[in-house]
Every structure is written in C-alpha cells, then in structure tokens.
Design a protein around this ligand. Structure first.
Ligand code: ADP
Ligand code: ADP
Length: 232
C-alpha cells in the first residue's frame, strides 16, 4: 500500500484570475520509498508539501495519507493525522529554543497516550540513533547547525510516522554537515522510513530513488534513479 496517494489533485487560488498552483497531480508514494520533489520557483512544490503534510486540502481531487482520505476530515482530525503520521523537517530546523534536545524530540509524543517516562525513553533512543546521546540536555543554540538538524530529524521520527517530509533540509548546512545529515536520511530510509524531500539541489535529490519534476503545477516527469546514489 501507499504511505500517501494523490488522485488528480488541483489547488486553485482565486485571485484577480484563478491561479492553478496544482493542476491535476496524481502521485503514489509507496511505503518505504525515498522521493525527491524538484521544480522551479512557483511550480507548486510548497503547495504539494502542504497537501501531503495535511496542512491544507485540495480544491479538487483526493489526498490519502496512511489510508485516511484527508479531504473527508475536519480540521481537528487533520491535525491529529498530521501529528501522528507526518514528521516535518525544515530548512530552519524550527526547534523550540527553550527546550532541551531531549524535550524537543519528546514533544510530538504529547499527541500519543504515552507516559512522561516512556516519552523520554523513546526520545533518548532516537537521539542515540542520530548520534546525539551526549547532547540531550543541550539547548538548540548550544548545538551546531548539523546537530540541530539531527535533533529535528529525531523529532520527526519519534511518533513513527507514515512519512517524513523534509523541505530543503540541508539548505542551511555546509557541505560536510550536509553529507552527514543526508547520510542519516539514507540510513533511516534503509530502515524502512518513507522519505519525501523537496529541494532545489540536484545532488540532494539524487540521494532519493526517484525525482518528481514539477512544472507549472503538473508533474513534468518522474526520473527513476539507479539506487539512492551515495547511500552507501
Ligand atoms: P513553489 O513552492 O514551487 O515555489 P508554490 O506552491 O509556492 O510553488 O506556488 C505555486 C503557485 O501558486 C505560484 O503561482 C504561487 O504564486 C501560487 N500560490 C501559492 N500559494 C498561494 C496563496 N496562498 N495564494 C495565492 N497564490 C498562491
Ligand atoms: P557538526 O559539524 O557536527 O555540526 P561543529 O563542528 O559545527 O559540529 O561543532 C563542533 C562542536 O561545537 C559541537 O559538538 C557543538 O556542540 C559545539 N558547538 C557548535 N556550535 C555551537 C554554539 N553556537 N554554541 C555552543 N556550542 C556549539
């Protein structure tokens, strides 16, 4: 089955004239796959991310996340689906500045019924997997950019979501740090996590198994890659 599927999705903004941000997009994101989304500015990448991430609903068509038809949910149900089934990674990390690394990773579990102790244990395991076990009490501003993005990745994964959505995840990182963070993405993908990465950077996109090229709100083509290049 698919982690996410889009069926003939349209998103239209009614300005002076109608703007078709997405104009008939059909896309399956299989469980365990690694997809990159590329396209020029204005091609619909953010709109697509917002739909897949249950932040928005389409004007027409269906968006199905982990078997749930997002278009049939009210905003409260969409928030719940997003909180449990989507992990977000942002270019600017978006960590809570007054919370420690461990508390940041533990936070999304408030959607779940786990006890405080269970939440901390789970967060600690994720911090170990991103190589930051020795940084759990650090505040975000006491961490390097690469470390912050690793905390953000741990946070994105803590609820074991159906999909991880990353928007220019290495846009603020230097080359070496970028490689480390992308290696981690590859590692989690190999462990079964479904990854979707939006990027302008060809070398970032080439870590994925396929690149979906958007142009003017449509899928221009889907490029299959040999493997995730550079994943080992
Ligand atoms: P990208 O992320 O690839 O730059 P977007 O999804 O942001 O593309 O935008 C696709 C198109 O939809 C653009 O023409 C943009 O101007 C328009 N658009 C996006 N969001 C809105 C909005 N909230 N209101 C009006 N037009 C929008
Ligand atoms: P990485 O390459 O792993 O992202 P850096 O080489 O940038 O890390 O940082 C090396 C060490 O310096 C890290 O262990 C980090 O904790 C510490 N460090 C980096 N930036 C800061 C900062 N702004 N404040 C405090 N410590 C920092």
């Amino acid at each position: 089955g698919s982690a996410v599927s889009l069926e003939d999705v349209r998103k239209t903004y009614q300005l002076a004239e109608a703007v078709h941000a997405l104009d008939g997009v059909t896309l399956e994101v299989p469980r365990g796959s690694y997809t990159a989304i590329m396209g020029p500015s204005g091609s619909g990448k953010s709109t697509l991310m917002n739909l897949v991430g249950c932040l928005d609903t389409p004007t027409e068509g269906r968006v199905i996340v982990n078997g749930e038809d997002v278009t049939e949910l009210d905003s409260r149900e969409r928030t719940d689906l997003r909180g449990t089934q989507v992990g977000f990674v942002f270019q600017t990390f978006n960590l809570m500045p007054r919370l420690s690394a461990l508390e940041n990773v533990a936070l999304p579990q408030l959607f779940q019924g786990a006890s405080r102790r269970q939440r901390r244990e789970r967060a600690r395991r994720l911090l170990e997997r991103v190589g930051l076990a020795d940084r759990e009490d650090h505040l975000p501003n006491e961490l390097s950019g690469g470390q912050r993005q690793r905390v953000a990745l741990a946070r994105a994964l803590v609820n074991d979501p159906a999909i991880v959505l990353a928007d220019e995840p290495s846009g603020n990182l230097d080359t070496d740090t970028e490689a480390d963070v992308l290696d981690l993405f590859s590692e989690f993908h190999e462990g079964g996590t479904t990854m979707v990465v939006v990027t302008h950077e060809r070398h970032v996109a080439e870590r994925a198994e396929r690149i979906v090229h958007l142009l003017d709100g449509r899928i221009e083509r889907i490029e299959q890659l040999e493997s995730g290049a550079g994943s080992d």
